[in-house]
Design a protein around this ligand. Structure first.
Ligand code: EPU
Length: 428
């Protein structure tokens, strides 16, 4: 078992470079199954969710080669079966994207019910509705979703609510379907636009990604290309908040400032200075931080994936802040951990009331999921004394070399291996 040990209280200073976006990469790596020629992805983040996606492809018969750091060549022509190995699929949410890509390629898919961070129930009814509209049937067989179609036929798909995964899966299944598909009430996250750009560069015909309505004309063939994945908006936001929480001064490179607008606006609201450049942002704090209210929303609103980190910052601000997160049922599990460090937060359903306490104290805490883990790291960096964070495998799902990047900013953080016979490795 590994854990992070942080001696906090040092302002972060210097420059950090953001890696490729996890939530774009998991969709794009799965989408290589639709490509009829080898393709090369650049800016692939070295994180465990991506390692798992690549293991799945290899286990299915694909040739996956690391060209150099963060650059990977995929040749998926060797995949002959539409079956994702059960144990690999069930540990991650993004394995559901193999349903869309395998349906698109083989008109059939077997994928274990997806897992992922526990944020409450995470059904896939909207994904299945999209596949059904395209002509597929689905059944749950021995814990696996089995989808099948004689042919996928372009159709109208209307989502009941905003779903990132549902929108991505509908695109993946429709891109090679016969005829025209119109997807309405789509999610608009940057990773959806990045997936559409990747597929279009290979020869797909997808219009409207990033708006409410996406129109797709099915194509037969997707050619090989080299494609750079966009920078990770949430990793960037996490370093922005870490800089603010430690009252530091950090230049964050390789970002798309437009993707960070909702985070930047909230940081400015609480008294943080954010300077935007073409491909970087500088974050520094000169005075006291003040309260604010946050309600998470689909893009371009404030992202749920930044809620735990920002709430941690608000424990250090003056006054009472209110944070509402209705996207998932259970995104406040980290609060119990933060209270161990002296935070004053009460949670009522999907609303947290945060009373600023000015300072946190180091304590032994656990990462309860990926973004909760990032929040613990920020809390540990800002706190006085020593913080030990266990279950860091959650953090490693989505943050490339987080301890090294933070050490580069002057943080006193170490990854240590502990031999605790009572520890049980939890799967994500
Ligand atoms: N939902 C359904 N039925 C569906 C699909 C979704 O009820 O068929 C519900 C979900 O349970 C949730 C809401 O709709 O309450 C929104 O879910 P969405 O489908 O948008 O989320 P997701 O695709 O499961 C992705 C990211 C999450 C991120 C959310 C929201 C990936 C692999 N995951 O999840 O990322 O929080 O969108 O932006 O892209 C993370 O990176 O830490 C993370 C959890």
């Amino acid at each position: 078992m590994e854990k992070f040990v942080i001696h906090g209280g040092k302002p972060l200073k210097g420059e950090v470079t953001i890696s490729g976006a996890k939530n774009a990469a998991v969709a794009i790596v799965a989408a290589t199954i639709l490509c009829d020629e080898p393709c090369v992805l650049e800016n692939v983040p070295e994180i465990s969710d991506i390692t798992m996606c690549m293991k799945i492809l290899k286990a299915m018969g694909a040739d996956v080669q690391l060209v150099r750091k963060n650059v990977v060549r995929f040749d998926t022509r060797g995949i002959t079966s539409p079956h994702v190995p059960y144990e690999m699929a069930r540990v991650m949410r993004a394995s559901s994207y193999f349903l869309g890509t395998l349906l698109g390629r083989f008109h059939e898919a077997y994928v274990a019910m997806p897992g992922g961070c526990y944020l409450g129930d995470r059904p896939i009814d909207q994904h299945l509705k999209a596949f059904r509209n395209l002509g597929a049937t689905d059944e749950l067989e021995n814990g696996e979703v089995h989808c099948k179609a004689d042919q996928l036929i372009g159709s109208q798909i209307y989502f009941d609510f905003n779903t990132v995964g549902g929108t991505i899966n509908a695109i993946l299944a429709a891109v090679k379907a016969k005829g025209r598909t119109i997807i309405e009430n789509c999610a608009k996250e940057p990773h959806i636009v990045d997936l559409a750009n990747f597929l279009n560069s290979m020869g797909a015909d997808i219009r409207g990604a990033g708006t409410d309505v996406i129109k797709i004309k099915g194509v037969d063939y997707l050619k090989g290309i080299t494609y750079p994945i966009i920078p990770d908006q949430i990793e960037a936001g996490t370093y922005m908040v870490a800089a603010a929480a430690t009252k530091g001064d950090v230049l964050i490179n390789n970002v798309i400032p437009k993707h960070l607008e909702s985070i930047t606006a909230k940081l400015r609201k609480v008294g943080v200075t954010v300077e935007e450049n073409d491909e970087s942002v500088r974050v520094h704090v000169d005075g006291a931080l003040t309260k604010t209210s946050i309600k998470t929303m689909p893009h371009p609103g404030f992202p749920t994936d930044m809620q735990p980190q920002f709430s941690t910052l608000l424990t250090l601000a003056e006054g009472t802040s209110i944070v509402t997160d209705e996207i998932f049922d259970n995104r406040f599990r980290y609060v119990a951990e933060l209270r161990r460090m002296g935070a004053d937060i009460s949670v009522d359903g999907k609303v947290a009331i945060i009373q600023g306490v000015g300072k946190l104290n180091g304590a032994p805490v656990a990462a309860t999921d990926l973004r909760a883990g990032a929040a613990m790291v920020i809390a540990g960096l800002a706190a006085e004394g020593t913080t030990e964070i266990t279950d860091i495998h959650y953090i490693q799902r989505g943050y490339e070399c987080i301890e090294k990047k933070l050490q580069g900013l002057g943080a006193d953080i170490k990854k240590v291996i502990v031999n605790d016979p009572q520890s049980v490795k939890m799967s994500g």
